[in-house]
Design a protein around this ligand. Structure first.
Ligand code: DON
Length: 413
C-alpha cells in the first residue's frame, strides 16, 4: 500500500507562523494589569472550514481572555433575543472611525454609533436575554451563547475580571453617560461589571476559529451542528464586523485584508469569510490601534495567499466532488476516478484534499475528471496541482481529464 497523501494546508500554516514569528514590535496591553502578565512570544493560528475541518499551528491551545471579540457574539445574542428593530433603536451601525473606548454617540439620540465599540457593547449587554433579566440571567445567557458558538463549554477568568473591574474607570464613565441619555436603563455599574465579565471569558484560537466559522456557516456550529443564531442575525453581525470591527483602521482592513474581522486587546483577531471558513490568530503585542501586530500580519498573508478577499469571490464554494469511484479499464487495469463539478475555490479544493488524505486510495492510477468544472480560481488551481504532485510523489499515476482547459499548469496561463 502506498503512503497516504499529506495535506499541504498544515505545512502552509506552519510556514506563515514561521514567517511572522520574528516580528517583536508592539507592546502588550497593560491598562488591565492581568493582561500585562502574558508571555508576549505566544503565537497561534487556527482556521476552521464551514464543515468543521480545523487546521492549527503554534500556540493554538493556549487560553487567553476573549475581550472585545465577545462584542459581535453578544450583538448576535441581542439580535436573536430582541430582534433587529429593538436593537437598532438602541445601537446604530455606523463606523465611528475612533478608538474602541471613545464615547462615540449619535447626536440627538444618544445611540452608540455601533456595537463593536465599548459604548455599543455595554448597551447590547442590556439587550441580551428576557427584558428585565438580572445579572445572573444575563451572564448565563452570554456564557451559554458563546459556548454554543465555540462548540464547547467556556468559562470566565476571575483574575482578569477582578483586575479589569478595579481599573475600568473609563467604562464606568461611558455607562453613566449612556444612562444619562436613557440609552441604557439598568444600573450602569452592574452593566459594566457584566460587560467586563464577558470580556474575561477564556478561549483558544481553536475556539475562536470555530466561533468565526459558525458565523461563516450561517449560524450553525460546524462541529455540533447546533443552529446558534439564524442567517439574518449572521448577516447583520458580519456586516457590522466588516465596517466597524477594526475601529479606526476598519477601512484599511477591509480594503487590504477583505473579510469581516474583530480584534481584542488580549492580542487575538478573528476573521469570518461567509461560506468558506473562520480564522483566528493570537499574539499579544499590539499596534497603536490596540490590535495584534503579528495577528494582522497573519491575516494579511492568509487573505493574500488563500484568495480570501471577499470582493474577489464571485460566488460561494459549492460541493466539489460529484463522485469518487473505482473503474476497471478494458485492458484490465484499475483506476480511482474523482469527478469534480461546479466552480472550485479554496473550500472546494480543500474538500478534495481532505478526501484524498483521509482515504487509502487502493489503485496506483488516479483520474481527476474536470469535465463538469466551470472554473477553478487561482488558489484552488495551485491546490489541485499540488495534490497531483503529491499523489505522484506517493507513487500514484495521475491523469487529469480537463476537456475545457480549466486547470492550466503554468502560473502565467
Ligand atoms: O473595554 C475594555 O477595555 C476591554 N475589556 C476590551 C477592549 C478590547 O478588547 C478592545 N479591542 N481591541
Amino acid at each position: 500500500m502506498l503512503p497516504q497523501m499529506q495535506s499541504p494546508i498544515p505545512d502552509y500554516l506552519a510556514e506563515v507562523l514561521h514567517t511572522c514569528a520574528p516580528d517583536t514590535s508592539g507592546t502588550v496591553a497593560d491598562y488591565i494589569p492581568e493582561l500585562a502578565t502574558v508571555d508576549p512570544e505566544l503565537l497561534g493560528i487556527s482556521i476552521s472550514t464551514v464543515d468543521g475541518a480545523v487546521y492549527e499551528t503554534g500556540d493554538s491551545d493556549v487560553e487567553f481572555t476573549i475581550q472585545s471579540i465577545s462584542k459581535p457574539f453578544v450583538y448576535a445574542l441581542a439580535l436573536a433575543d430582541r430582534g433587529l428593530d429593538a436593537v437598532l433603536a438602541r445601537v446604530d451601525v455606523e463606523p465611528s472611525g475612533e478608538a474602541f473606548n471613545e464615547l462615540s454617540l449619535e447626536k440627538g439620540s444618544g445611540r452608540p454609533l455601533n456595537p463593536m465599540i465599548n459604548a455599543g457593547a455595554i448597551t447590547t449587554h442590556t439587550l441580551v436575554g428576557e427584558p428585565g433579566a438580572d445579572s445572573t440571567a444575563r451572564r448565563d445567557r452570554i456564557l451559554d451563547g458563546l459556548s454554543a458558538f465555540a462548540g464547547r463549554r467556556l468559562d470566565a477568568d476571575e483574575a482578569t475580571f477582578r483586575s479589569e473591574t478595579a481599573t475600568a474607570f473609563r467604562n464606568y464613565a461611558i455607562a453613566n453617560m449612556l444612562r444619562s441619555h436613557g440609552t441604557i436603563l439598568d444600573d450602569p455599574e452592574g452593566v459594566v461589571e457584566d460587560y467586563t465579565w464577558t470580556c474575561s471569558i477564556l478561549v483558544t484560537t481553536r475556539d475562536l476559529a470555530l466561533m468565526a466559522a459558525t458565523l461563516a456557516n450561517g449560524g450553525v456550529n460546524p462541529l455540533t451542528e447546533e443552529e446558534v443564531v439564524d442567517e439574518r442575525v449572521v448577516r447583520q453581525v458580519l456586516s457590522v464586523m466588516a465596517t466597524c470591527g477594526m475601529y479606526d483602521s476598519a477601512g484599511d482592513w477591509i480594503s487590504t485584508v477583505g473579510f469581516p474581522a474583530k480584534s481584542a486587546v488580549s492580542g487575538a483577531i478573528i476573521g469570518s469569510l461567509p461560506g468558506q471558513l473562520g480564522i483566528a490568530a493570537f499574539s499579544p503585542r499590539l499596534d497603536p490601534h490596540g490590535t495584534s501586530v503579528r495577528g494582522v500580519d497573519v491575516c494579511r498573508r492568509l487573505s493574500h495567499d488563500m484568495g480570501l478577499h471577499m470582493m474577489d469571490a464571485p460566488q460561494p464554494a459549492r460541493a466539489t466532488i460529484r463522485r469518487a469511484h473505482e473503474i476497471r479499464r478494458p485492458d484490465g487495469g484499475e483506476a480511482t476516478v474523482y469527478e469534480l463539478h461546479g466552480s472550485i475555490q479554496f473550500a472546494g479544493a480543500e474538500r478534495l484534499l481532505r478526501d484524498l488524505t483521509a482515504t487509502e486510495i487502493a489503485t496506483t492510477e488516479v483520474v481527476l475528471h474536470l469535465g463538469r468544472v466551470h472554473s477553478v480560481n487561482d488558489v484552488a488551481r495551485r491546490m489541485l496541482l499540488e495534490a497531483v504532485r503529491r499523489l505522484g510523489l506517493d507513487g500514484h499515476q495521475v491523469t487529469v481529464v480537463d476537456p475545457d482547459g480549466v486547470l492550466p499548469e503554468t502560473d502565467d496561463a
